[in-house]
Design a protein around this ligand. Sequence first.
Ligand code: FES
Length: 329
Amino acid sequence: MGIKFGRQTNFGYLTVPEDSKEPYPAEVEASLREDAAAIIARYPQARSALLPILHLIQSVDGYVTGRGITLCAELLDLTEAEVSGVATFYTQFKRHPNGEYTVGVCTNTLCAIMGGDEIWEAVSEYLGIGHDETTEDGKITLERIECNAACDYAPVVMTNWEFFDNQTPQSTIQLVDDLRAGNPVAPSRGPAQVRTFKEVSRVLAGFHDGLADEGVGAGPASLAGLEIAHEKGWEAPTGASWAAQADAPTTSGAAEGQAPGRPEVTPASPEAAAGTQAAPKATDPSDEASGPTAKDEDAVTDVDSAANETRDKVYEAGSTGDDGEEDTK
Ligand code: FES
């Protein structure tokens, strides 16, 4: 089966290649069937195994081939149209040959503001390819991403779903140069080295590579909220108190202005009053003395940072520059 990498504008490259329906060699098919059986055994209904088996197909073929779709349909008692419908719905599944490394530049709101658009334009021009196109050497598939889910390190670029934080046009061009040259590349968080698209696809199929706990899991920016919670002595509501809150009549269950749904544990909450959940401790002495004030309606989210203290002073001075927004988001 031949592999043609290409650009969206070259008609035919991004349609399913004709030869992608060629049968698997016997030993490859036997191995696929064995792995697929292990995946199917995890689910009460075989059809629930479709997503991981599509990843398994990509771990062998590098994309969802016609022969892969035929095999999925047979194994899971689905029609080929049903399998195709799923494979074309999720962007992680490719219906045309994918590069060894998918490089995704986030151009969603926060990353765009922080420089994501400039990164995209620079790397796209440098490689001479656009969205979902692949360099002729088959090394890099470039994608515009709608949020890499790592906004606290914007602008973020991913390579095969590993994070590269706080990127610049120069650092991203260096990244693709290293990937194409075969140099070892380490993400900002996660394993010591980025794995190939096929290797990662096998992990997504549910076959562990032993690297899940390698490297840094979360950086300081991601942990800032947790540290504030520890500092303030906040805890997540217990399952029982959540259920009680959910069952309570809405007229008495929520404080005025509190959003429905997730109960908040505030000094005035029913849980705190009933003693079923420790209320957050006020670390600001003035909060303890006077309780929540108009300024501190957001007492639970009020962070005693230097920036907020400056803001509080402005508020107390009656500055009209205050927009009434919460102190922290
Ligand atoms: S906006 Fe870029 S990671 Fe969320």
